[in-house]
Design a protein around this ligand. Structure first.
Ligand code: NAP
Length: 290
């Protein structure tokens, strides 16, 4: 079994980006600028956004954190997005989800200028990804593709089962793996909560990508000998032994599954850091395009 080390891989990517930023600075250019909109005080969202801001500083990007109260109206948030769309100093921005219930996430996504949509959630960017055209690919699937690429994992002709069909992870992941590219060219099955014979299906996977948010759902009997297993899941579970009072648990029962795998990610230092690195790559791309 080889651990797919997203932490060191993402460190490499950050170094590459930092070098590009140095070159931009040396030529007197403006550095890339990412803005993040955080509505309310959700603990996990606070944490994710803080990490994104820290990542920007590390590679030399400028960043702006816009905090809005969860009492903000949908229209006020849409107005803020219009402001960011028009702001020439900002290359790209994200609106951290989940949003408060009274705000329609779809309306928010549709309001973002696709050229600044570094999360890759807008229909135009999803469409471009599907057609294999230049675009911003959603950060988590993009990070997973980068991990597969950097570890030179053979995907062509393999059976890839993607568990989960969300718009930001499962669906784009399945599209990317099925495209005529490397990594890609896999035969892909998307599974979800209505899928029958799930264990059997998972056992037929050469590459199993799990994004469902159900702790340790994938057990050893669901994994083929020699499979590549990518665990996207990240669920906070209370844990008083930790300083934060919780620990993150993945969708895969790592301890019991790992010995069956050729490659596997762990919940910590796996997909998460690659997702963050992808957001930086998308921001740099947005900067180059402008
Ligand atoms: P989501 O929007 O809640 O989607 C979950 C998907 O899993 C849905 O398609 C759902 O099926 C499916 N599902 C739920 N229970 C299932 C079951 N028992 N059997 C089969 N399929 C089941 O979640 P998401 O945004 O994709 O995130 C999934 C997980 O990844 C979460 O733990 C999240 O925190 C984590 N995540 C991690 C990163 C990272 O960077 N590490 C990034 C994004 C997300 P239906 O469509 O039928 O309901």
């Amino acid at each position: 079994m080889q651990l797919l080390d997203g932490k060191s891989c993402s460190q490499q990517i950050r170094q590459e980006i930092a070098q590009e930023v140095d070159a931009i600075k040396a030529s007197g250019g403006r550095v890339p600028h990412l803005a993040a909109v955080l509505v309310g005080n959700d603990g996990a969202s606070e944490n994710y956004v803080a990490l994104k801001v820290r990542d920007c500083a590390e590679v030399g990007f400028e960043s702006t954190l816009i905090r809005l109260p969860d009492s903000i109206s949908e229209q006020e948030l849409l107005d803020k997005i219009a402001e960011l769309n028009a702001d020439d100093a900002i290359d790209g921005f994200i609106v951290q989800v989940p949003l408060p219930q009274h705000i329609d996430e779809k309306k928010v996504i549709l309001a973002i200028d696709p050229s600044k949509d570094v999360d890759g959630f807008c229909p135009e960017n999803v469409g471009n990804m599907t057609l294999g055209l230049p675009t911003f690919v959603s950060a988590t699937p993009n990070g997973i593709m980068e991990l597969l690429r950097r570890y030179q994992i053979e995907t062509e002709g393999k059976h890839c089962v993607v568990l989960g069909r969300s718009n930001n992870v499962g669906t784009p992941m399945a599209i990317l793996m099925s495209r005529n590219a490397n990594p890609g060219n896999a035969t892909v099955t998307i599974a979800h909560s209505r899928t029958k014979n799930l264990a059997e299906l998972c056992r037929s996977a050469d590459i199993l990508i799990v994004a469902i948010g159900k702790t340790e759902f994938i057990t050893a009997d669901m994994v083929k000998e020699g499979a590549v297993v990518i665990d996207v899941g990240q669920t906070r579970v209370p844990d008083n032994s930790k300083k934060a009072g919780y620990r993150n648990v993945g969708d895969v029962d790592f301890d019991n599954v790992k010995d069956k795998c050729s490659f596997i990610t762990y919940v910590t230092g796996g997909v998460g850091p690659m997702t963050r690195a992808s957001l930086l790559q998308n921001t740099l791309k947005a900067h180059h395009r402008r």
